[in-house]
Design a protein around this ligand. Structure first.
Ligand code: ADP
Ligand code: MG
Length: 394
């Protein structure tokens, strides 16, 4: 995001809070969406993922109250949702407010002895929702960081990531892993985050995209996806079944050498699901190794191989995502893949800076020819994770 549009978002966040609640906020916090460079559906298999925080953010303007009332507003939805700290029940929270209020509930579980007060929260965002860029984690992490500070909870970022995940799993009811929140909280400019989803250890890895004259394009196909619904849950079940039959705690414990045995023991479909996870974990490690030894352009083939695996083995791609990827490759992208949970959402393409416009225009042309909804195509760059913001005027 350019400096000025980020400043605009901060100003908008401040103004929005003031117009909803009739008072100035005590502070502004923000958290970014994320793009996963590689490592899809590996998080709940105790595996590896390599996301970046992107230059699109959700800003929360917040202020403590003197009573126990909670009020949340979002510039993306009409109305103010009001409840009380004493009436927070995961089962009763629905709609968009389940994300911020779910975080309040999860913080109360994590720090039961803390002295909570009511709070007013106003969300403004330029992370597109439902596009696979994890607008949900941007909401959760901005709110978690704000409340951690306002309530003096002293929780560290890895704990806040787990709070966001808990809110999403229990309150929203989406059985997602820890990747999105980790990226949103731990991102750094021009760095990816190598995440070991078993140990929850993370490592920042320099991308070197800027120096190499490379960039990432996001192709949002504007087709819908929902993690809460069947496809995601059934993939998760297949992975659990595969691990059970193969006698391992999680698919993370397998590598390529185990695949022939897996092929004998598993039905065809479960085997392909398992093969995706096993090969994808290896591709994450190969991508990071390529970045360190050969430079960013060497990562392209791993991205493209990841897409094939998701399309054919994990079967979570769609015609729109396949077309985005194949046209990007035909137009000179170094690598391309769908990103996020699948069943719609976005693809990414690694492109030379000078090719970005041609690739974007070419993909749009192919979508038009195919009769698909016009995609939104925009560059993203690896950016800073969640942070407290300075006042727009300062
Ligand atoms: P993704 O995380 O890929 O964007 P999800 O389905 O996981 O998609 O999360 C999208 C949901 O998160 C939205 O439907 C909405 O409920 C919530 N959300 C995202 N951004 C905002 C926002 N700015 N204000 C309020 N709720 C939001
Ligand atoms: Mg999400």
């Amino acid at each position: 995001m350019t400096g000025s549009s980020h400043q605009d978002l901060l100003q908008q966040g401040t103004d929005f809070f003031a117009s909803e609640f009739g008072i100035q906020p005590a502070g502004l916090w923000s958290a970014p969406g994320r793009v996963n460079i590689i490592g899809e559906h590996t998080d709940y298999n105790d595996g590896f993922a390599f996301p970046i925080a992107i230059d699109k953010r959700t800003v929360v303007a917040a202020r403590c109250r003197t009573d126990r009332t909670l009020r949340v507003a979002s510039s993306a939805y009409p109305g103010v949702v009001e409840t009380s700290l004493d009436g927070l029940d995961p089962g009763s929270l629905t709609g968009w407010s389940a994300y911020p209020l779910g975080v309040v509930w999860a913080l109360a579980q994590a720090a039961p002895a803390a002295a909570f007060t009511g709070v007013d929260l106003a969300l403004s965002s330029d992370v597109p929702a439902g596009a696979g860029l994890s607008s949900s984690a941007a909401v959760e992490c901005s709110v978690a960081l704000a409340l951690n500070e306002l309530w003096n909870l002293g929780l560290g970022r890895p704990e806040l990531a787990r709070i966001g995940q808990l809110a999403e799993n229990v309150v929203v009811g989406a059985p997602t892993g820890i990747m999105d929140q980790s990226a949103s909280l731990l991102g750094k400019p021009d760095h990816g985050i190598l995440l070991d989803c078993r140990t929850l250890q993370t490592e920042s890895v320099a991308l070197g995209f800027r120096d190499a004259g490379l960039g990432l394009l996001v192709i949002d196909t504007r087709t819908s996806h929902s993690h809460a619904d069947g496809g995601y849950a059934s993939r998760r079940r297949s992975c659990e079944q595969g691990a059970r039959v193969l006698g391992v705690k999680a698919l993370r414990d397998l590598d390529g050498i185990d695949l022939p045995r897996a092929a004998k023991l598993l039905d065809q479909q479960t085997f392909r699901r398992v093969r995706h996870i096993v090969t994808e974990n290896q591709r994450v490690l190969d991508t990071v190794a390529a970045l360190r030894t050969a430079g960013p352009s060497a990562t392209g083939p791993f991205l493209s191989a990841s897409h094939v695996s998701m399309r054919d083995d994990f079967e979570i791609s769609t015609p729109e995502l396949d077309l985005a990827v194949s046209s990007a490759q035909d137009l000179g992208a170094l690598g391309a893949r769908m990103t996020g949970g699948g069943f719609g959402g976005a693809a990414i393409a690694l492109v030379r800076d000078g090719d970005a416009d041609t690739v974007a225009a070419g993909i749009a042309r192919e979508f038009f020819r195919a009769g698909f909804t016009a995609p939104h195509i925009f560059p993203v760059s690896a950016s800073a994770g969640a942070r407290r913001e300075q006042w727009p005027s300062s």
